[in-house]
Design a protein around this ligand. Structure first.
Ligand code: F0G
Length: 449
């Protein structure tokens, strides 16, 4: 059960079928463009959508809004240092700002960044620096406990091959959001650390879901069973040279990001850039009160009861969606349940966007909003103008905002999914009518059929 009770509530809308149809078509059949006032259950993202605790609301009032050297920054810095062990702590307003600043200082044109999977904004920051983003996820034939791992053999081969000298950093995204929300194992981080030492390469974490990764290590690796998740998280941080994070996830807050590093010189360069684009180094684009909320959130998020509830909710919800007939990726992680849209809609080829087709149908059926992680997000226009280059997988993500929806909300989503599965063969495909750049999914205009 939820390890909290509800103190403040917010009504949710129930648009009619007619309204849902109009909303979707007015939005160019892109759920990012549908207004939230037309959504009943919003599982678009777990990012910035958390419910704050009473202690976080209280922390808002203690925020120190001094431009420089605020007490709020000191509290934030203390918590982040205690958690990560990194001495250099730089706040940013959200994850992608942190990525842009850090990767922009670290990478030079022609460099290579290797990851288990770069999140889409991370890839955009690597490419903006003129560098190349290479994903080397470990391949598994069967469901694996640590499906977020990077392939150590492939990384070793790259580092000792002709392009090895170009590799500037290895990034482990914990958990691996774009790769199904799966955790990275302690053994994997340890093996990557050794390779990075041997080749003089920087190891960075995208630590946006560090607490969920740590909890899943305690659940899935008998060597770490029963350990406090915070200790496990600290051990993972200790193996890397630094991190960035979107604190809109495991900061359990509505805004925030950070860079934390051992390297004082790299941190100095990041701060110089921070001042140009975000703000003074002790607030980094946030209000003082946000830093207090984040300091509190970063303490709460490693609570074992909270993390157990979070993992159990995802597992239970995954089982309900599977019972409803959706091809659910197993095992589930913490922040979302992923569904294989290509398996449900074999009549829709990748360039006709099966993941979008499923997501849109869930909206029409019950004003449920999920996100597509298929060819609209990860595919690319064909250089010769042919069909889009497809994404590796056509996934739909049912993300779980932290501490927001109850089991009965999620039961409603599973019921809605059942009605969609029943008419899967009739679900229309989509084509892209308008698009811009590598982050096209946020604004693209689509049309059915
Ligand atoms: N890294 C990871 C692993 C993420 O999942 C995200 C955001 C970011 C970086 C960027 O952080 O949004 O604070 O700028 N993921 C959101 C999501 C958008 O829905 O998964 P941001």
């Amino acid at each position: 059960m939820e390890p909290f009770r509800i103190k403040a509530v917010e009504p949710i809308p129930f648009p009619s079928l007619l309204e849902r149809r109009r909303m979707l078509s007015d939005a160019g059949f892109n759920l990012f463009r549908v207004p939230a006032r037309a959504i009943t259950i919003d599982l678009l993202t777990d990012s910035g959508t958390s419910a704050m605790s009473a202690a976080q609301w209280a922390a808002l009032m203690t925020g120190d809004e001094s431009y420089a050297g605020a007490r709020s920054y000191e509290r934030f810095e203390t918590v982040v240092r205690e958690l990560t062990g990194y001495p250099e702590v730089i706040p940013a307003h959200q994850g992608r700002a942190a990525e842009r600043i850090l990767l922009g200082r670290l990478l030079r044109p022609g460099d290579v960044s290797v990851a288990n999977t770069h999140f889409d904004t991370t890839r955009a920051s690597v490419e903006a620096a003129g560098a190349v983003a290479v994903d080397l996820p470990a391949e598994h034939d069967a469901p694996a406990p640590f499906g977020g791992d990077i392939s150590v053999p492939a990384l070793r081969e790259l580092l000792s091959g002709p392009d090895g000298a170009r590799v500037r950093c290895v990034v482990l995204t914990v958990t691996n959001n774009a790769g199904g929300g799966q955790p990275v194992s302690m053994d994997n981080v340890t093996a990557v650390r050794r390779l990075c030492d041997r080749h003089g390469v920087t190891l960075l974490l995208d630590a946006s879901r560090f607490a969920e990764n740590a909890y899943l290590i305690t659940e899935r690796d008998p060597a770490h069973a029963g350990r406090p998740p915070r200790d496990v998280a600290r051990e993972v941080f200790a193996l890397a040279d630094g991190c960035w994070a979107s604190l809109k996830k495991d900061g359990v807050a509505n805004i925030g990001g950070l860079i934390a590093l051992r390297d004082a010189e790299l941190a100095r360069r990041c701060r110089d850039q921070l001042i140009e684009v975000e703000g003074f180094p002790t607030y980094g684009g946030l209000a003082g009160r946000d830093l207090d909320v984040l300091a509190q959130g970063l303490l709460e998020v490693t609570d074992p009861d909270y993390l157990r509830y979070r993992a159990q909710t995802a597992r239970w919800f995954g089982d309900r969606l599977a019972e409803a007939g959706l091809p659910v990726l197993q095992p589930t992680g913490c922040h979302a349940v992923y569904v294989d849209a290509a398996a449900l809609l074999p009549h829709v080829p990748p360039h006709r966007l099966p993941a979008t087709a499923l997501a849109n149908e869930l909206y029409l059926a019950g004003a449920v909003r999920v996100s597509e992680l298929g060819t609209l997000v990860f595919g690319r226009p064909h250089p010769d103008g042919g069909d889009d280059l497809p994404a590796p997988r056509e996934l739909v993500r049912f993300a779980l905002p932290r501490r927001v929806y109850t089991k009965s909300h999620l039961e409603y989503v599973a019921e809605t999914a059942g009605t969609v599965v029943a008419k899967a063969a009739e679900i229309p495909d989509y084509r892209i009518v308008e698009q811009t750049g590598p982050l096209r999914h946020f604004t693209a205009v689509l049309a059915p059929g």
